[in-house]
Design a protein around this ligand. Structure first.
Ligand code: SAM
Length: 288
């Protein structure tokens, strides 16, 4: 069954009474080359290997993953798609489908219990309405992952790889840099989806750092420092940081900025991960 054929998808919709739901970000791939390319670029050399897919839809990417990985688990929020997937994945005994919201899943526990000894990758054509929360959950869950290869809106991908100080650079950029090396792989035009989205998509690869690029005293303080530094764009760093570290006076914040070796006139959105980490250590020491 060609799961990227619009007529096959339409046939499945009729058979199972399935209707596309905008609220779940359902845009299915209709070009067979794309799921192949995404799956191939996600798989590494380590064996045995397992893949977590988020949002299998009708299963077009899932079947490609099933042919490359030893085990695949796909989490799908839409219960209406579960009987569809039972049919389309019937021949793939190495695939498990779980009807669940990925944001509710304890991925760390799931991987420990099901993929012990496996190299683990996450692969997905992400639902765009929750791209950033999903990516952040994958990193912050503490789950043992080697790589994440996901498709997202092009503009989000641009933010993830932006240089410090550029207009695309946001709090998410250094946050993600802390966890992984991010590479843009390729763009996918709107005509490759059904229904057709308004925007171009980009497939992004995150290679998870084995060793973090910085070692802050406290991850919580690094996260608060990033949040504070980006809170008020185009305002001074001191004013912006005050939104997150209100317990410190303006002059104490100015001292911390100076002690971290950062110019007092610098703006938060120009700081790179190393500077943010240094500043978070100074703030930590000031408060403790
Ligand atoms: N993988 C399919 C493809 O490429 O054709 C479908 C991709 S579609 C962009 C996103 C999929 O994610 C849909 O199947 C949608 O129902 C599912 N989804 C949306 N929100 C989700 C969530 N919170 N947890 C799990 N799946 C979700």
């Amino acid at each position: 069954m060609n799961l990227t054929s619009p007529s096959v998808i339409a046939g499945l919709c009729d058979e199972f009474g399935f209707k596309f739901k905008k609220k779940f970000g359902q845009n299915f791939l209709i070009n067979p080359e794309i799921p192949k390319k995404i799956a191939t670029s996600s798989v590494g050399d380590s064996r045995p290997c397992a893949c977590i897919e988020i949002g299998p839809g009708a299963g077009s990417l899932t079947v490609e993953l099933a042919s490359l990985y030893d085990k695949v688990t796909a989490f799908e929020i839409d219960e209406q798609l579960i009987p569809v997937l039972e049919k389309t994945l019937a021949e793939h005994s190495n695939v498990t489908v779980i009807n669940s919201d990925i944001l509710e899943v304890d991925l760390k526990k799931y991987i420990e219990e099901n993929f012990d000894g496996y190299s683990v990758t996450v692969c997905a054509n992400l639902p765009y309405y929750i791209t950033t929360p999903i990516v952040m959950q994958l990193f912050e869950s503490g789950a043992r992952l080697d790589r994440i290869v996901v498709m997202m809106q092009k503009e989000v991908a641009q933010r993830l790889v932006a240089k410090a100080g550029s207009t695309d650079y946001g709090a998410i950029t250094p946050t993600v840099q802390y966890y992984a090396k991010t590479t843009r792989l390729f763009d996918v035009a709107p005509g490759n989806f059904m229904p057709r989205p308004d925007v171009t998509s980009t497939v992004v690869c995150f290679d998870i750092h084995k060793e973090k690029p910085v070692t802050p005293i406290s991850e919580e303080y690094l996260s608060r420092t990033i949040k504070g530094a980006f809170a008020l764009r185009r305002k001074t760093l001191q004013n912006s940081l005050a939104t997150e570290f209100g317990g410190l006076s303006k002059s104490e914040l100015a001292e911390c900025i100076e002690e971290a070796g950062i110019s007092p006139s610098a703006r938060g959105e120009t700081l790179d991960l190393k500077q943010l980490s240094r500043l978070s250590d100074v703030l930590y020491n000031k408060i403790h």
